[in-house]
Design a protein around this ligand. Structure first.
Ligand code: HEC
Length: 119
């Protein structure tokens, strides 16, 4: 009984947190970030809540955000993300684009049904 109450409170806190973070970035920003990833990354990476990456070794972004906090990816995006992907072209994004991408990745991470899946 106590355990059930505890779980409920945790979920509620998680929902509150998600609400706060989403409120910080407008939906328009998130949509723009998704469009940028779709244009530049989606031919190799799965960028949504499900589906496998088109490139077999490229991790889906819903997995990337569990490995690297979006804020640390922001730096990589600004400096040109190259690190150890022989198959991946170098990308450099402008600050407003990075903000949009991070907003989208944040929303991906906070979505309730995100769970790293085994392929
Ligand atoms: C041409 C294919 C291709 C494209 C386009 C591509 N990637 Fe990748 N990406 C890869 C591959 C392959 C890997 C896995 C590399 C590895 O395991 O060494 C990867 C890995 C990554 C990783 C994980 C890095 C790590 O060190 O674990 C990140 C983050 C990433 N990509 C971001 C992006 C972003 C952001 C874009 C779009 C701006 C993008 N990628 C576009 C192929 C691609």
């Amino acid at each position: 009984m106590n355990k059930l109450v505890g779980t409920g409170a945790g979920l509620f806190a998680a929902l509150l947190l998600a609400g706060t973070a989403l409120a910080q970035s407008s939906n328009g920003t998130i949509v723009q970030g998704r469009a940028l990833l779709e244009a530049n990354c989606a031919r190799c990476h799965a960028i949504g809540q499900d589906g496998a990456s088109p490139h077999e070794t490229a991790p889906p972004f819903r997995v990337v955000v569990t490995l690297y906090p979006p804020e640390s990816l922001a730096e990589a995006l600004a400096e040109g993300i190259v690190s150890g992907h022989p198959d991946m072209p170098e990308f450099v994004f402008m600050p407003p684009e990075i903000e949009a991408i991070i907003a989208y990745l944040d929303s991906l991470m906070l979505a309730p049904d995100v769970s790293p899946q085994k392929d």
